[in-house]
Write a protein that binds this ligand. Structure first.
Ligand code: FAD
Length: 474
């Protein structure tokens, strides 16, 4: 125990003790550290699955903090008001936090910093979520990058901050301010799906993330380049949910990935390149935040995508389109809260092209159902597939879900894992879908496979006709 005024460590999506610059700065100040999480309007507005996963992360991290001799204080309210209350109650002289980069968080944090500094409190934001702060990467002419390859070339040779050790024990304040009980926040309230099923598929916490990274780099990275597109194989890191909640730093992926390049140069380099796609997404969101809300390319604003949640879109959401790749992927999403990257591309193409539904319908569904939801990667991914984003796939590249299945799931491992219908002895994962799906969907594994909601040829023709017409009139 110490008699100094504490410093507040305002925890946001950075649930880790190691390699956390905000925490290191708080500890290095020499003052007792008060870890605080604030459920403000922005965090409370998260989709159902991100909010549920946030609850799992908070619960786990609170226990980790206790092991380090500390506590997690939970409060609800406007961030500035809560921080001011805590400063008043404890006499804290400084607040440290890790930066977030979406426009709402930037606006909130800029205001918090200004107001606290005006009242004489040291308010300091830190990096840690990204390898490269978005404003430090620019083209030769001083602009933002709009294409990935030159972005990659410009950052791959840059130095990345070294890893910071976890503090052994966190210096505790003399007295702890009151906090709320996590259970009273009911973080799973909006799930309306088998939350306990989804929880089984989550990998929560810093130690689990680190163990998975080690395992991936030891056993899997050498085959990553060749196998990463096969959703039936355990060939990717699966670390997106941990990155989303800051349970591991991208710096750790970078440094350990660089070390792995000594033995597995191609696989490890491809992996690092993927990690840098995440950086690119943040670069785009920071410099052109309209990527979150509007077609990034102005000329796509009036493209005749439907804004309606039609029965076909409902079928897409429920994994009932009649197409194996799409249905397996949407069920994987519903059960695990994650989806393989190739599958994300297939379902996004099917929705925005074969069904001609607006990419925002898909982006919003992902924002509500993914436990690894990330505002930047989600928006970039949807606009990349839809063709409306920077460096996007051309709209006329319409994935054929059946051809893609033959190519990327040749032995049927992925569909068997997620589709029970037609299997004499369905896998547990496929059956889990029925435990995760809401009862109101009226689904059972004994049902016949859904009929195709659209013919692939007709859907493709309709999309390409709309595309050509829009180019002529645009
Ligand atoms: C339509 C669509 C929506 C997406 N929404 C999200 C999202 O909400 N959250 C999210 O984290 N990713 C999203 N992605 C990107 C990608 O699908 C996931 O990051 C990836 O599937 C995570 O699996 P992994 O951790 O095993 O990746 P690995 O292959 O092991 O890659 C390592 C890390 O690199 C990053 N990464 C890999 N591919 C991409 C990519 N294409 N774009 C950005 N970062 C990437 C991720 O942080 C990932 O964890 C989306 C992609 C598409 C096409």
């Amino acid at each position: 125990m110490s008699s100094h005024a504490p410093v507040i460590w305002w925890i946001r999506r950075d649930f880790r003790l190691a390699d956390n610059p905000a925490l290191t700065a708080a500890v290095n100040s020499g003052a007792p550290v008060l870890p605080v999480y604030i459920l403000d309007a922005q965090e409370a507005a998260l989709g159902a699955a991100p909010q549920f996963r946030l609850g799992l992360g908070l619960d786990h991290f609170a226990r980790e903090l206790e092991k380090a001799g500390s506590r997690l204080i939970l409060r609800r309210g406007t961030a500035l008001a809560v921080l001011r209350d805590l400063i008043k109650e404890t006499g804290a002289g400084a607040v440290h936090w890790s930066r977030l980069y979406d426009p709402q968080a930037i606006a909130r944090d800029t205001d918090v910093k200004k107001q606290l500094q005006e009242q004489g409190v040291a308010a300091k934001s830190h990096g840690g979520r990204l390898l490269f702060e978005p404003w430090t990467v620019e083209t030769k002419t001083g602009g933002m990058y709009k294409v990935f390859t030159p972005f990659w070339k410009s950052v791959r040779v840059r130095d990345v901050d070294s890893l910071l050790p976890a503090p052994g024990k966190l210096p505790a304040p003399d007295a702890w301010p009151a906090g709320e009980d996590l259970a009273s926040w009911n973080m799973g309230a909006a799930m309306r799906r088998g939350a306990e099923v989804v929880a089984r598929y989550c990998r929560v916490g810093e130690a689990a993330a680190q163990a998975r990274l080690d395992e991936f780099l030891e056993d899997k990275v050498s085959a990553y380049k060749d196998r990463r597109d096969f959703p039936g194989q355990d060939a990717t890191s699966g670390l997106s949910e941990n990155l989303a909640w800051g349970e591991i730093s991208p710096h750790r992926l970078w440094h350990q990935g660089r070390a792995a390049m000594e033995h597995n140069s191609q696989g490890a380099e491809t992996f690092l390149k993927e990690v840098v796609w995440r950086e690119f997404a943040y670069h785009l969101m920071f410099h052109s935040p309209h990527i979150l809300t509007d077609s990034w390319r102005q000329e796509w604003q009036d493209f005749p995508w439907s804004q309606e949640v039609t029965p076909q879109v409902q079928a897409w959401r429920r994994g009932q389109t009649g197409y194996g790749f799409v249905d397996a992927a949407m069920r994987e999403l519903y059960v695990t809260g994650k989806m393989h990257n190739r599958a994300r591309m297939i379902v996004a193409s099917f929705l925005t092209k074969h069904l001609m539904a607006h990419w925002k319908i898909g982006m919003d569904w992902f924002a509500d159902t993914l436990v690894d939801w990330d505002p930047a990667s989600n928006a970039m991914g949807w606009q990349w597939v839809a063709g409306s984003g920077p460096d996007a796939a051309p709209f006329f590249r319409v994935f054929n879900p059946s051809g893609q299945l033959d190519k990327f799931d040749p032995d049927g491992a992925y569909t068997r894992r997620w589709i029970a219908e037609g299997q004499g002895n369905p896998t547990q994962t496929a059956l889990d879908f029925y435990a995760a799906a809401p009862l109101s969907w009226n689904l059972s594994p004994d049902m016949a496979r859904a009929e195709a909601v659209v013919s692939l040829q007709a859907g493709r023709d309709r999309a390409l006709t709309a595309y050509h017409e829009s180019r002529e009139t645009g």
